[in-house]
Write a protein that binds this ligand. Structure first.
Ligand code: FES
Length: 76
């Protein structure tokens, strides 16, 4: 498992979230601690979701608006 060339679309709920930025989580888009076990040098992105909504979470590792997809995957 690693980075993908498309975002994760999720129906997100309010709360503090920790999204994977290393591409190695087995529970994408959320961090499962794999970044540490695999020594990726990456840390999860903490993000506060204020209200329930559909979100596109980056999984290519190139977004300039982490944790949200900004379309960078389409330029790779
Ligand atoms: S598993 Fe990827 S940032 Fe934690």
């Amino acid at each position: 498992m690693a980075y993908e060339n498309s975002p994760h679309y999720i129906e997100e709920t309010p709360g503090i979230k920790h999204y994977c930025t290393c591409g190695e989580s087995e529970n994408k888009p959320y961090c499962d601690g794999s970044h540490d076990r695999k020594n990726t040098g990456k840390l999860p992105k903490e993000f506060v979701v204020e209200q329930a909504k559909r979100m596109a979470i980056c999984d290519c590792g190139h977004t300039g608006n982490s944790p949200l997809c900004d379309g960078s995957h389409s330029k790779l």
